[in-house]
Design a protein around this ligand. Sequence first.
Ligand code: GLN
Ligand code: ZN
Length: 756
Amino acid sequence: MSKSYVIGFPRIGEQRELKKVLESFWAKKCPFSEVQKVAKELRLRHWSYQKKSHIEYISSNDFSLYDNMLDTAIMLNAIPKRFRDLKDHELYFSMARGDSLRVAMEMTKWFNTNYHYIVPELSLEDEYKLNSSKIINEYKEAKDHGFKTKINLIGPITFLALSKRVDGGDTYELIDKILPIYEELLKEISTLDDQIVIQFDEPIFAKDNETRVLSLLKIVYDKFGSISKNLKIAVITYFDHSNEATKVLVNSLVDYIGLDFLYGKENLKSLDLIANSGKKLIAGVVDGRNIWRNDIQNSIKLLKEISQTIPKEDIIISSSCSLLHTPFSLKYEDKMSSDLKSWLSFAVEKLDEIALISKIFLHDIDSLNESEKRALEDNIKANNSRKNSPKIHNDKIQQKIKNLTKFQRDDKFEDRIKAQRDALKYPILPTTTIGSFPQTKEVRKARAEFKKGSISQEKYEQKMKEYIDDCIAFQEECGLDVLVHGEPERNDMVEYFGEQLNGYGFSQNGWVQSYGSRCVKPPFIYGDISRAKPMTLNWIKYAQSKTKKIVKGMLTGPVTMLNWSFVRDDKPKDEVSKQLAIALSDEIDDLQNGGIKIIQVDEAAFKEGYPLRESKIKSYEKWAIRDFKIATSKAKKETQIHTHMCYSEFNDIIKTIEAMDADVISIETARSGNELLKIFKKVGYKQEIGPGVYDIHSPRVPSVDEIVNQIKLLLEVLPKEQLWINPDCGLKTRKWEEVKPSLKNMTQAVKIVKNS
Ligand code: GLN
Ligand code: ZN
């Protein structure tokens, strides 16, 4: 008896094969048949990996050419009107990416991960009907190659919860429309084999839900559970606890309940209910969204605790969520130090962990064969080495944290802003940008060559300085008030700082799918964070030396550093964030002592880290605010602190933003209209604010008139003394040909408004 379960597997490929073939197809460099060929190879390879590791529950339909929510919309024939004249893969990719005639469907974050899904657009008029081909074909394909799979589906309630209605009204109203389609699908599946497990992902129940939504659970899953005895129904949740849902599910006709015991420890409270229901428990104990090697002894302890309530034979050992959120394999990491590498585990390595834990737990240690025994010993050794490594613990930093006395700036905002206006003398409606300027081919090339060692430090610096010169010259010519250096030395706003901080590690091939073919390679925090030396000072000082205008220094804030990294799991997150904050506070001090008068601390990912559960939000906000304030605590009264956030929906967190106590915040508004800004007026937001006056996410150059209008709209809700004028995000993804006229139009527009 080995009961090992994997919720889902990454699909992008260990060498990002799927990305490459998709992009080549989109660029018309290969036919679609090539995409299909690669996709098939990947599926087979991924199944083989799982089988080789003795995973018993392997999935089909966890593969996708773009996204599983999109696949589900296709399965239901929920096709928005504008795409209805298209077919097959043209239809599919057009829904995902748009085309010359049609805008793409919206994309948004999958819960609190960095994966983004396509948001289905539903309407009462849609003609819902079953399109089961992908699901059936994948199942058969696996079977033909000797893999017996469970079938993964996004549960109908989560599907509706994450979709939007384009005809007004509530998505849940459509449950009666889509249920029959799901039922038809299950009937079709039930004819394929004597016993098939269907995994329904219902992560929406890891959030707080209204009773009305919870009550759908029983209706839906009683239906599904009674379709055929050939089907075994598993409902799984992840990313937090789902105790409310479990209460319902134990009385429904499902066979398995899957719970995340790492990010939803509270699930332990549901064990009694499950035990009495006789359902099987899929126990998520191997972290599916972080990269640390499992501590097998700890996992066994946790499972023993669970088995005090639930009989062993009813427990199945699983990843906590789909392994989609971890990189593929450590196989290609040949530059990492061996101890660091031994502390990590990517998707492929996690398979062996799940299998080994399951064997030890269900049969005990004596049942292990020689190689399994060795694997267990290795695991214990690696975890001990991690616990005791001097690379991780830094007494000096810990002392510094203990002795920290300065948690915020000395002066109140009202006093600071007066001093700043006096010292900095910026005009009414001051103009600025968010930081980065276009990352040209030459800039990228110079960075890459420097990294490889094929150009000297001197040559590299010279190239960067030339870029900064051009940036400054253009900004002066354009008449901007507060300038930036343009960030040419940064490939990424987190990685750049991570590379200079002790405690940060990097992989060579640790790619994780972010959306479609797009992958990110987050750095990871393995040890106590400290700053060896100033990280940005020389660049900013250089830029400042080239102009009489003020150059704004540019840093990434502690919360964003944290939210866009894999974070160590041996310390509470808020402690890691505090360490980051302290390192940044030293940087700010160096900058102001170096003559820099305005410093921006970007918190682009501040909102991303919000917990799924209302009850956990307070504590997140508390430490996130605390650490932003620690980071900026050393700023003198006259030093102006800016922050930037890439969102427009602030209604729910406006008080939190105010509490961060920055002097100026720039935000994204161009895309979402001004409605949202009224909230700033309503709550009496007192700090200065730069709501983006145009959308940088599109190549379009905004006209002067358009920006004039936008500024006038802003002036209806905010007093002119409070308002800054800037684009809505960094310009690094744009081209100079777009940026130059856009910013010139922006400064022109400000002139017109001032004179009117
Ligand atoms: N300063 C950064 C830039 O301009 C901010 C990026 C962001 O908000 N994502 O690129
Ligand atoms: Zn931004």
